[in-house]
Design a protein around this ligand. Structure first.
Ligand SMILES: [Zn+2]
Length: 402
């Protein structure tokens, strides 16, 4: 007999958890992630759901065979020091929803697939939603082969070391998918403010990652007079402040969350500061304007500091609208038990956004997060809300397969 949601959740809880912070380190193609993948396979085996591996690191479990499948699921990897819910909640809820549908005696007239997508967070290879990008042909195998982690390990080597047989490229399972419904913990406080347990998504804001390379001249921290310095740290610091201000005044998002300093010595003026900007805007145009303004201010400051700034776009995803027909169908199916389910935009990227952009009719369902905190050990959802999410997901799937 397969485990229920709570049992599955407690089995996953220790995997990849840091004793120091309580957060999770579930980077793709590591020993921890291999454990997660084995766990997924065991759970599917216990439910007699055959699992298909696509050579991009993605796993799909099938309840029924054929085409026009209803895809559910999410991802098992985390950001560095992330929470337990972002990703795994969608995978575990999907398996529990299948249990619930079976206990209701539902015999689906189209297949249901549960996906566990690889490297959704981009925490190791820098490209978010790598698994779904490759499977949908959004990212080419050639460009993925160039990807290296922070230690210089190429993607293919990492996959092989984790026992994943790489065969990068568009996956043939994509042709068997009729629609995708991804359940996810909410990464904001919208549902709390509305006093609602579940919600649906309208769209994903456009977002991008940009590398800012500031270069200057390394020198002695004691003997170099302040007026003689070309210190890239100052150029970066002012740029980070400008990014925060520009995003605030325009109602958008800008974050420098990762910095690399050379030589990174306490008593040396740095020669180089590399910082990564994560920026999100309400429209494609407003995102372009936001990043251009941050770059303009950074360049101007670099000019004053005698340093140089070069900006490289590492990945940019345009605005994604979820399928209005699918979303409305799910919403009306949920109305009986869940009332008028709110439909809200999200500023976070998801595999659902990649598949939607690739032409798969896609919807997203959110489960309330009492603090709104995500990508942090503090990320949380009440067990009662998680169980309600399972029920809502089962209701939605039932509507789609009956
Ligand atoms: Zn996620």
């Amino acid at each position: 007999m397969p485990d229920d949601f709570e049992a599955m959740w407690s089995e996953l809880a220790p995997l990849g958890r840091s004793a120091a912070s309580g957060g999770y380190f579930r980077q793709p193609f590591t020993s921890v992630e291999s454990e997660l993948r084995s766990w997924f396979r065991e759970q599917c085996a216990a439910r007699e759901l055959p699992v298909e591996a696509d050579g991009n690191g993605n796993l799909l479990a099938w309840w029924g065979a054929g085409s026009d499948a209803v895809l559910v699921g999410s991802h098992l990897d985390s950001v560095l020091d992330g929470g337990a819910y972002d990703g795994p909640l969608g995978v575990v809820s999907s398996l529990a929803a299948i249990d619930l549908l079976r206990s209701r005696g539902v015999a689906p007239r189209r297949p249901v697939a549960v996906g566990a997508f690889a490297e959704e967070e981009g925490s190791r290879f820098g490209l978010a939603c790598l698994g779904s990008r490759l499977a949908s042909g959004t990212t080419t195998p050639e460009s993925a082969r160039e990807l290296r982690d922070r230690d210089g390990v190429p993607l293919l080597d990492a996959m092989a070391a984790a026992g994943v047989e790489p065969s990068l490229g568009r996956a043939d399972w994509l042709d068997r998918i009729g629609c995708f419904l991804e359940l996810h913990v909410e990464q904001g406080r919208d549902l709390v403010d509305r006093e609602r347990v579940v919600g649906l998504a309208t769209e994903i804001w456009p977002h991008g990652r940009y590398r800012f390379d500031f270069t200057g001249d390394a020198n002695h921290a004691g003997t170099t007079r302040m007026e003689d310095r070309h210190d890239p740290m100052l150029s970066f610091a002012m740029t980070a402040l400008a990014a925060g201000k520009q995003a605030r005044v325009s109602g958008q998002r800008a974050t420098f969350g990762r910095v690399d300093v050379a030589p990174n010595g306490t008593n040396a003026i740095p020669s180089r500061v590399t910082a990564w900007l994560d920026a999100r805007g309400e429209t494609d145009e407003s995102l372009v304007r936001l990043v251009a303004e941050i770059k303009r201010q950074g360049t101007e400051r670099s000019g004053r500091d005698g340093t140089r700034l070069e900006v490289t776009s590492e990945s940019v995803s345009g605005a994604v609208s979820f399928d209005p027909v699918l979303t409305a169908g799910v919403r009306s199916r949920l109305a009986d038990r869940w009332g008028d389910v709110p439909v809200i935009p999200t500023m976070a990227g998801h595999d659902a956004g990649i598949l939607a952009a690739a032409g798969v009719p896609t919807a997203m369902m959110f489960v309330r997060n009492p603090t709104g905190v995500s990508h942090s050990p503090e990320e949380f959802a009440e067990m009662a809300d998680c169980l309600a999410g399972v029920e809502a997901l089962a209701d939605a799937i039932e509507g789609l397969v009956s």
